[in-house]
Design a protein around this ligand. Sequence first.
Ligand SMILES: NC(=O)C1=CN([C@@H]2O[C@H](COP(=O)(O)OP(=O)(O)OC[C@H]3O[C@@H](n4cnc5c(N)ncnc54)[C@H](OP(=O)(O)O)[C@@H]3O)[C@@H](O)[C@H]2O)C=CC1
Ligand SMILES: O=C(OP(=O)(O)O)[C@H](O)COP(=O)(O)O
Length: 337
Amino acid sequence: MLQVAINGYGTIGKRVADAVREQPDMEVLGVAKTRPNFEAETAIDKGFPLYAAVEEREHLFDEAGLEIAGPVEDLVDEADVVVDATPSGIGAQNKELYEEYDTPALYQGGEDADLVDVSFNARSNFADAADADHVRVVSCNTTGLSRVISPLREAYGVEKVRATLVRRGGDPGQTDRGPINDILPNPVTIPSHHGPDVETIFPDLDIDTLGMKVPATQMHMHSLNVTLEEEVDADDVRELFADESRLFLIPERMNIDGSGKLKEYALDAGRPRGDLWENCIWEESISTVGNDLYLFQGIHQESDVVPENVDAIRAVTGSADAEESIERTNETLGIGL
Ligand SMILES: NC(=O)C1=CN([C@@H]2O[C@H](COP(=O)(O)OP(=O)(O)OC[C@H]3O[C@@H](n4cnc5c(N)ncnc54)[C@H](OP(=O)(O)O)[C@@H]3O)[C@@H](O)[C@H]2O)C=CC1
Ligand SMILES: O=C(OP(=O)(O)O)[C@H](O)COP(=O)(O)O
């Protein structure tokens, strides 16, 4: 049974903890936080041992009546793998800790690619993470782009990718985020970080990305144009994508016209927290003109990297190959709408 530590129990960390708990070959050894709040209380209610991420603040937990299992160092020492889900930049500061205890570590997309040995997407380069000590599960948007690019490259070859990313301003709980009433080119310079980030998965890919931020919290939206190496019928692309477990083709009959209804559908379907682990591609948007493929996809920023973290745990520990791991993760979480 793989003992998994989760350092950083926020939007991503708490979802990864729940997903790890569902796995037959993994156990949540504990989760670490810097301060008591509703998430700390929920962690304890769920039975996750809670560790203090910052020694000087341990007394805050005592004062709030929350039992602490020990310092984060103990957690890291005892774990087979640590999933670092702290805010961008903190993962880099924590690297030394993981090296000190010789515990393999997974980082999230907010960290720089050069922090790690391998940037990871389960569908694209699972095997590259075998035995790596430091692996980065790429960001939600990069995950979403990689999942689409992989099958297209294998089936037809890809000459060029152009993607425009309309990004949610903040997550639902991020009351300090904006914009409130605006549309921002973000970054205003081109490319956005997503293109170079996708190239950490596919080093030889030609890709340009443009980013914007809008006053929404539910999901990101990608407008994608892929120039393929051959002329392809849109129906063939639909069939290709239908075989991909982490691509959900939204059928026209469902009358889902945007991310609001998508989230509503996920809640109706009984998904935990209304999470959408799959890329949500509007089936009708899949169109081809000559060698050019076009589509729209919704990416649920809070959850699409969660199954990728679970797979990355198996990849670094060598406990399953890509196919086995993806299948087990999908089955235990209920992926495949
Ligand atoms: N949210 C998203 O849409 C996505 C985020 N990511 C990436 O995932 C990573 C985490 O992001 P996200 O979950 O959104 O961030 P959150 O801010 O929601 O969660 C991070 C948590 O880490 C805790 N924390 C802060 N400092 C430390 C520390 N030194 N040690 C341990 N815990 C600490 C904070 O809680 P507290 O201080 O209360 O302990 C905070 O709740 C980032 O790299 C981000 O870029 C990737 C894909 C999507
Ligand atoms: O990794 C994400 O987006 P990104 O791929 O646009 O950086 C997450 O949605 C986090 O974005 P944030 O940096 O706006 O919190």
